[in-house]
Design a protein around this ligand. Sequence first.
Ligand code: COA
Length: 262
Amino acid sequence: MTQDILSVAHDNGVAWVTIDRPEVRNAFDDHLIAELTATLRELDGRADVRAVVLAGAGKHFSAGADLTWMQRMASFGWDDNFADSQALGELMHTLNTLAQPTLARVQGAAVGGGLGLVACCDIAVASDRAVFALTEVKLGLIPAVIAPYVVTAIGERAARRYAVTGERFDAHRAHDLGLVQEVVPEAELDTYLATILDTLRENGPQAMRGAKRLMRDVARVPIDAELRRETARRIADQRASAEGQEGVAAFLNKRTPSWRDH
Ligand code: COA
């Protein structure tokens, strides 16, 4: 599937989703938000897609919300603005909860909502020349719908600082904050991603989805009896599953598990 503002390429079980509006630094308006949300929903849970990479065409990952669209929306009523903002929230939620592992490939600027997209991915790899900022306050705005994902990624304290200052920070600071997990020279971005994708291809596809959901579900909830029952239930289910049995049998019989043949 390919649109003029978004492209999707499939490579050996990995879907590469590329925002393709380099003329506005991959800023997203209502059309792009709708296309990206629909694309992610279509990929969500597909058995033939083991991982999803989110990238931006050109020199930058994404300049966040399209400001000409924001300006246009401001002349509409409150209900339209609310519905429009909910659509952006739905995009972030869809990416954040995608069943498969997600990777952000970050070069250039990841600003505002662009930074939000990075925060929604499981793994983020940045070029050493990448820059980040929550610039909303510089425009008299606030980083609202991305806030929960930013706070989850970098913690409340750092989020408070960068949300109120709008300061730019570089890839190394983003790494220190936990917003990105790896910083590599720009020319090595794809090689590094390929290494991670090879690692993901070795893992049980259902197990990765279960592990991802598990981490999200146990975060920020009390470790009480109910949670302990729930985690026990999840491993009991996975052990008894075809994939769990295949993985353990393959290890004990010193052979590769069947999912690696596909
Ligand atoms: N919305 C709409 N258009 C945008 C945009 C955005 N968020 N970001 C960039 N553009 C447009 C510019 O207006 C410019 O249009 P023009 O060619 O018609 O003049 C074009 O993209 C190139 O922008 P430019 O600033 O010259 O590119 P750059 O490569 O020097 O810098 C950025 C890239 C992303 C660092 C810079 O464009 C920027 O800071 N953008 C604003 C990002 C922002 O604050 N987003 C938060 C929104 S809440």
